[in-house]
Each structure stands twice: as structure tokens, then as C-alpha cells.
Design a protein around this ligand. Structure first.
Ligand code: ADP
Ligand code: MG
Length: 251
């Protein structure tokens, strides 16, 4: 698989002295669904922000494939919608920042909303939406510029399980339809196996990749995959890797 971006020998020390990452090597393949799986506080969000260029590494490099459009959609755990703006205007934001008028952007916005199943609530305000719908709006906002790379940082962690399963399926469908490369962060073994073509398991802080697990199961995946022996076996392997990632602790 062609490489899209690569983090090599990356360390990150924050101003307060916290060493979040040390010796992180991670290649993002063009077109893959890569999940960063690791214990809370191990540096997953930090790795995502370095990849997005939101901050520089302290050591090491973040490289992109020559000629790759470094355009990124970023979805945070908190949907971070503007409460005073309609769903439509929230999704307009990235285009507005590129000086596109509301009218000029309307078609793109409507398409992005249709992709996530929110066409009917374009003129509703965020407070009127369920948690799952807020997250859909946040994903539409990230996709409205057609980024080749979509980064999602524990986007479904706050949702109930039924809603999470539904959004998992919708995300896989979007990924397949759009051909977007996805880097997804979670601490859920089950979610990582369901979604990914590859899982990078992080050690406890300072984070680095301690195992890479391929999930070569075809798309689309659905509830029958969740119930399959292959799914259970991948979960077992990912769980064991995650166990090794945890610091020794008393039972
Ligand atoms: P994860 O996303 O895996 O839970 P993070 O990347 O958010 O982990 O954080 C890794 C470590 O770095 C944690 O110990 C966290 O408290 C610390 N950290 C994150 N951001 C900052 C910051 N801006 N300043 C200082 N410490 C930070
Ligand atoms: Mg995080």
C-alpha cells in the first residue's frame, strides 16, 4: 500500500515536562482505515494532533507523500458545534473560512449533510439534536472540504451503544463511498476491530506503537461480522496486545 504520511522517531514533550510520546514510528497507508488503540493518557490524541500539523514534534519527523494534498478533516470527541448557528451554518464554517459565500457553498453543504443523513435537519440548531446527530453534523463539517485524510479522536465514546454501532456502520459506508483514508482513535478493542483495516496498539505513556494488527476482513461489514468467529479472534489478539501495553498493576 502506498504511504500517505509517516511519523518517524517522534517524541513529544509538553512545556510542563510531560513526555507524551517517545520513539513513535507510524506509517499511514493511502486508503486504509487505521485505528490507534491504547490506554487512556498514552498519547493517542497527541499523535493525531502531530499528524494534523497542529503542533510540531519535539524530536523526529512527520513526512507526507510527495504531492499529497495535506488537507485534513478533524473530528473531536466533543462535537464542538457553534450553538448560535444552524446545522447548515456549522457545516458551512470550513468553506466560509475559505471565503466561500453561503450561497456558493450551499450545494457542497447539502451534499455533506445528505452523506451523514442530516438533510432534513439542516436548519435546526445544535441544542435540538441528539448526541448522535451532533456527531453526524461534526462529521459533515469535517467532510465538506473533501479531505483525503479524515482524523477522528474518540468520536463515539460518549454515545450509547446502539447509536455507536449505527455510526460505526455509517462511517464505514462513508469511507467506502468517498475513498478517504481514515485514522481513528479509540480505547475500545471491539470498536477498533469492527472498523479497521489495521490497528496500531500504543504502549502506556510515553506512547509508541508496540503492535500492529491487520484486520483483512472485507467491507462492507455488518452485524454478522460482529457475531463471527473471525471477529472474536481479532478481538482476542487485540486484547492481548493491549494487555501488554498496560503498565504492571496490582489486580
Ligand atoms: P490519550 O489521547 O491517549 O488519552 P493524550 O495524547 O491526550 O493521551 O495525552 C498524553 C499525555 O500528555 C497525558 O499524560 C496528558 O495529560 C498529557 N498532555 C496532553 N496534552 C498536554 C498539554 N497540552 N500539556 C501538558 N500535558 C499534556
Ligand atoms: Mg485522547
Amino acid at each position: 500500500m502506498a504511504m500517505l504520511a509517516r511519523l518517524s522517531g517522534v517524541s513529544k514533550t509538553f512545556a510542563n515536562g510531560t513526555l507524551a510520546l517517545r520513539g513513535l514510528d507510524l506509517t499511514i497507508g493511502d486508503g486504509e482505515f487505521l485505528t490507534l488503540l491504547g490506554p487512556s493518557g498514552c498519547g493517542k490524541s497527541t499523535a493525531l494532533r502531530l499528524l494534523a500539523g497542529l503542533m510540531p514534534p519535539s524530536e523526529g519527523t512527520v513526512r507526507w507523500q510527495a504531492g499529497a494534498a495535506r488537507e485534513i478533516g478533524f473530528v473531536f470527541q466533543d462535537p464542538t458545534l457553534m450553538p448560535w448557528a444552524s446545522v447548515f451554518d456549522n457545516v458551512w464554517l470550513p468553506l466560509r473560512l475559505r471565503n466561500q459565500s453561503r450561497k456558493a457553498a450551499a450545494k457542497e453543504i447539502e451534499q455533506a449533510l445528505a452523506l451523514v443523513g442530516l438533510a432534513d435537519v439542516a436548519h435546526v440548531y445544535p441544542r435540538e439534536l441528539s448526541g448522535g446527530m451532533k456527531m453526524r453534523a461534526s462529521i459533515a463539517r469535517a467532510l465538506v472540504t473533501h479531505p483525503p485524510l479524515l482524523l477522528l479522536d474518540e468520536p463515539f465514546a460518549a454515545l450509547d451503544e446502539i447509536t455507536r454501532f449505527k455510526l460505526n456502520n455509517d462511517l464505514l459506508r462513508l469511507k467506502t463511498e468517498l475513498g478517504t483514508t481514515v485514522v481513528f482513535v479509540t480505547h475500545s478493542v471491539f470498536e477498533s476491530v469492527y472498523l479497521s483495516s489495521r490497528i496500531a496498539v500504543f504502549s502506556a505513556r510515553p506512547g509508541r506503537v508496540i503492535a500492529e494488527i491487520d484486520i483483512p476482513e472485507p467491507l462492507p461489514r455488518d452485524e454478522s461480522f460482529r457475531l463471527s468467529p473471525a471477529y472474536a479472534e481479532h478481538c482476542r489478539i487485540a486484547s492481548q496486545a493491549l494487555q501488554r501495553a498496560m503498565p504492571d498493576q496490582a489486580a
